[in-house]
Design a protein around this ligand. Structure first.
Ligand SMILES: Cc1cc2nc3c(=O)[nH]c(=O)nc-3n(C[C@H](O)[C@H](O)[C@H](O)COP(=O)(O)O)c2cc1C
Ligand code: SF4
Length: 482
């Protein structure tokens, strides 16, 4: 992962925890209303992929145990991990692209409601992503994957056949390759081939605006049938919908170019989803306060996006930042490029060794600007902000200053799923505090079951503890013994 050169070690924000009475009177623990959805507190667990579904994308007992563990800490809301809207194989990631996924998801909803004694609302983040190949072995790339074109043939006029061109390319040094291969071919070699929303010469990419509204609507309809309280449209990070919003989207079919055209598909998707689930299901989206890449969408555009989403009738907007493919580091051969390895990835999940700004609340000021822009335009759409928020005073300050309406905390809640409950009950001293060194994120990158370094070796021999396949890590945080 890319790291800021400054490498300044930041201290965790103050652990000045409230008494139960102070917590009860706090903004953080006060109720809120997100569209049709009441929240018991302004605490929110953003989507985190734990790699626990079946290869076919179905809910497993380990998926249920993961969400049950979060629900026992009684946050206001849990957003279930990015869940694929298509009925295509995508490894052990949850899917919602067919009715066969609905019963398992219904069990998941029931599990969260039951484990939180009805206090936690549960949303599902629904996602579309484009095809991406693993970084190839160069020998195989030149022997098989690369399509030989006249450009390659011209570079090796002495070659008598395409096979000889392939052989020459396989022997070429990096500088020669940089001249002979196109930028996309070089990318396919060094990162693995990756489709973009601008590849409109490919029919399945050209037709995205035709097919995505119905795919998202059908997925949201299944979420409603499964009993989810809400749906979060994934318009963030490196995936299809974020790529439509991005300044890098130059499509010329009315769905790219200026900001209004880039907003068109995200708004059409939302309209289709709303038409399918009605007003009783909470629908909002997660998008980026800043793409944090060269030439990408910035905070000014984020304000425009937020106003457009609010005007369309979204019930909330949830802000993340960065997490793009454009500046990701090359993966190892055999691995897929991971959009959290470059500077924009750092913005998304910053670690404790950081620049002057530090990892804590890095997205708060941009979030506050988005919220102010909404207010100026006359919208009270709730804003969820996430990124390095891990203390009561930090969260309470954000709410008191009107910088956000709801506080998201991903890694701190992974480190201690009871942390919100510990705050509420005056037991803040017992909170297991996230170290922000991204052991969990490294597991995600390797597509391994995600756990936290602070608890995954604890009491491995206790009865009924689900363990990773190698038996060396527990899959859920140990229970809180008061
Ligand atoms: C293991 C892991 C998986 C994640 N998966 C998702 C995801 O599915 N969807 C998403 O929008 N963000 C995902 N994120 C990003 C988090 O939701 C959050 O934005 C990020 O970790 C920064 O917040 P934090 O500082 O509170 O951890 C993931 C983060 C981690 C650590
Ligand atoms: S593994 Fe590290 S960064 Fe991840 S939740 Fe645990 S302490 Fe935090």
């Amino acid at each position: 992962m890319w790291r800021p050169p400054q490498r300044i070690k930041h201290e965790l924000p103050s652990g000045d925890w409230p008494t139960a009475e102070q917590a009860a009177a706090s903004r953080l623990m006060s109720p809120a209303t997100i569209g049709p959805m009441p929240l018991s507190s302004r605490t929110w667990v953003p989507a985190m992929v734990p790699w626990r579904a079946t290869e076919g994308g179905l809910v497993t007992p380990d998926v249920l145990a993961w969400y049950e563990r979060f629900a026992r800490g009684k946050p206001g809301a849990i957003v279930v991990e990015a869940t694929g809207i298509r009925d295509v194989p995508s490894g052990p990631l949850l899917r919602i692209g067919h009715d066969r996924f609905t019963p398992g998801l219904r069990q998941l909803v029931d599990t969260v409601h039951r484990a939180s004694q009805g206090e936690t609302r549960v949303l599902i983040q629904i996602i579309d992503f484009l095809r991406i190949r693993r970084r190839p072995d160069p020998a195989k790339f030149f022997a098989r994957f690369l399509t030989i074109t006249d450009r390659h043939r011209a570079a090796y006029p002495e070659a008598h056949s395409d096979d000889e061109v392939r052989a020459q390319l396989a022997l070429a040094d990096p500088q020669a390759l940089a001249e002979v291969l196109t930028a996309r071919e070089l990318e396919a070699l060094q990162f693995g081939a990756r489709e973009r929303v601008t590849d409109t010469e490919l029919p399945h990419i050209a037709e995205l605006p035709k097919v995505l509204p119905e795919l998202f609507a059908a997925a949201a309809g299944r979420a409603a049938t499964a009993g989810f309280d809400g749906v979060e449209l994934h318009y963030a990070h490196a995936y299809t919908m974020a790529s439509f919003l991005s300044r890098h989207n130059t499509r010329s079919d009315g769905y790219g170019g200026d900001v209004q055209r880039r907003l068109r598909l995200p708004l059409e998707v939302f309209a289709a989803v709303r038409a399918r689930v009605g007003d009783d299901v909470c629908v909002g989206c997660r998008f980026l306060a800043d793409e944090a890449i060269a030439g990408g969408s910035d905070l000014d555009e984020a304000k425009t996006f937020a106003r457009a989403f609010a005007a369309a009738g979204m019930d909330f907007v949830s802000l993340s930042r960065g997490g793009k493919f454009e500046d990701a580091l090359p993966p190892k051969v055999g691995w897929a490029v991971y959009p959290y390895t470059g500077p924009s990835g750092y913005e998304c999940m910053p670690i404790v060794r950081s620049d002057e700004a530090g990892p804590f609340g890095r997205n708060v000021a941009p979030g506050a600007s988005v919220r102010a822009a909404l207010a100026e335009a006359g919208f009270a759409t709730p804003v969820v902000v996430t990124g390095g928020i891990c203390s009561f005073s930090q969260a309470e300050g954000i709410l008191a200053r009107g910088e956000a309406d709801v506080i998201g905390a991903a890694r701190q809640t992974l480190a201690d799923p009871d942390w919100f409950l510990k705050i509420a009950t005056g037991c803040g001293e017992a909170i297991r505090r996230c170290k922000y060194t991204n052991y969990c994120e490294a597991l995600d990158q390797k597509h391994k079951v995600v756990t936290c370094q602070l608890w995954d070796r604890e009491a491995l021999d206790a009865p009924d503890v689900p363990l990773s396949a190698d038996g060396r890590r527990r899959l859920v945080a140990p229970p809180w013994r008061r």
